[in-house]
Design a binder for this molecule. Structure first.
Ligand code: SF4
Length: 445
């Protein structure tokens, strides 16, 4: 365990204070992204090339979806494969053959790299190219790495989308402007945004990833892209390389974030204030009313974020500005300064942001601060709960639809829940203790 002194890059007192840290961290690997992406791209299949540990991770984490037709599996690299790469390639071809003959409905197959495939230097990119030649056009075969050696859990989505970018068709340079929303959103959220864009008068809108892998949006210099998720650095870079222009905006969490996010699109498409107000007034009003219900339960309470999902800064902005919470620290796995600038600019002055992780130092600061609520990964939640701290699992915020006006209240409610749970427990426990005391004399009689 290293305990590097943090390199401080402090800014003026009106801006957030950013510290960089290096050390041990505790987050899931990029395989975790399969759990929400397999729901989103409905004709895709994710074949993890990994160990039994990898199989166990996605099966147990995705166990809740057991009733759906599974769209992920693990090709286990056995120990014998470590001895010969040729064997591993043959085995992979055999598994893919079997899978695609049994499941002709699969239109996009991702070979997902893992720690073991990386360790034995199995070139999945080459394997995917070879298999793609064989199965295209019935099924495209792409690859990306979800290995814990190089990805945190939300980077899995970035890697998968980045792998898809080269397959996007090109849009003619003189095509009229179109909008591309980038990042997996729940279908219900996507539908709500589409309706608002239509009301705004932006007709040519596509979402990436698409629900069907064959509905790929065309990209070119006319593409204006709005990021819906804050962990898509590589995907955005590749889309910019294809000519797309990124619209700078906070992420669409809460009333403030959603309004500013939509406003960035409206400004890019020359939509005036009156039209913007007409399209957004009703849902904005509904969201503000929903927030009124939860704000009293959150206002004044302190919150500490461990670095995990990369959603931490937009969440902190939402909780500080719309729910009145006090931010102790915002830990983030990495800080993409350009993508994050609009949210950071809206954080309360002097908010401490830590980039990277040194989990021991963070635990020390968290224990010293005794915040009312801690947002962290599953691995830290149980020990912190045992110490009497109230926790919220950050992974839940990635699985749950939280973007947009209609979800603002639900998002606040997710942070109210741990307080309600604690309250219920504290009411139940004394009641139980009283029952025991009352029962004891009877039992002894
Ligand atoms: S990819 Fe690595 S970190 Fe993720 S489950 Fe497999 S072995 Fe574990």
């Amino acid at each position: 365990m290293t305990a590097h002194a943090p390199i401080t890059a402090a800014s003026g007192c009106s801006e957030p204070v950013v510290q960089r840290q290096r050390g041990q961290h505790a987050v899931f690997c990029g395989l975790t992204g399969i759990i929400w992406m397999h729901r989103k791209i409905q004709d895709a299949f994710f074949l993890v090339v990994g160990s039994r540990t990898c199989a166990h991770l996605i099966q147990s984490a995705a166990g809740v979806m057991i009733f759906a037709e599974p769209r992920f599996a693990t090709a286990i690299i056995e120990e014998r494969d470590l001895a010969g790469l040729a064997d591993a390639h043959e085995e992979l071809d055999r598994v893919v053959d079997q899978l695609l003959s049994r499941r002709p409905d699969i239109r996009l197959l991702f070979l997902v790299g893992s720690c073991p495939s990386e360790v034995i230097k199995l070139d999945l990119c080459r394997a995917a190219q070879r298999l793609d030649k064989r199965f295209n056009p019935d099924c495209r075969v792409l690859s990306y790495s979800g290995s814990g050696i190089e990805t945190t859990f939300t980077q899995g989505e970035d890697a998968a989308l980045a792998a898809m970018v080269p397959s996007l068709p090109a849009k003619a340079a003189d095509s009229p402007a179109s909008l591309l929303v980038v990042g997996a959103l729940a279908d219900v959220v996507e539908d709500q945004f589409r309706r608002i864009f239509t009301d705004l008068g932006i007709g040519d809108v596509a979402f990436f990833p698409p629900r069907r892998s064959t509905d790929l949006p065309a990209i070119g210099p006319g593409t204006r892209m709005l990021l819906a998720q804050p962990f898509l650095a590589e995907t955005a870079r590749l889309l910019e390389g294809r000519g797309a222009t990124r619209l700078s905006a906070p992420f669409p969490l809460g009333v403030e974030g959603t309004s500013a996010w939509l406003d960035a699109a409206a400004a890019a498409f020359g939509i005036g204030q009156a039209a913007f107000d007409a399209a957004t007034a009703a849902p904005r009003e509904r969201a503000a009313r929903a927030m009124e219900r939860y704000r009293p339960q959150l206002a004044g309470k302190s919150i500490f974020f461990f670095p995990d999902s990369q959603l931490e800064a937009p969440l902190a902005r939402f909780l500080a500005n719309e729910a009145g919470m006090r931010i102790v620290e915002v830990g983030m796995p990495y800080l993409h300064r350009q993508h994050m600038a609009p949210d950071m600019g809206l954080l309360p002055a002097g908010t401490l942001i830590t980039e990277g992780a040194d989990v021991d130092q963070q635990l020390d600061r968290c224990r010293a601060a005794r915040p009312d609520l801690v947002v962290c990964g599953l691995g830290l939640a149980n020990p912190l709960e045992a110490e009497g701290l109230n926790t919220k699992w950050s992974i839940e915020l990635v699985f749950t639809p939280i973007q947009g006006y209609e979800q603002a209240g639900d998002l606040a409610e997710l942070f109210v829940r741990p307080f309600n749970r604690k309250q219920r427990l504290s009411v139940q426990l004394p009641a139980k203790a009283a029952t025991h005391q009352a029962a004891a004399p009877t039992g002894g009689a």
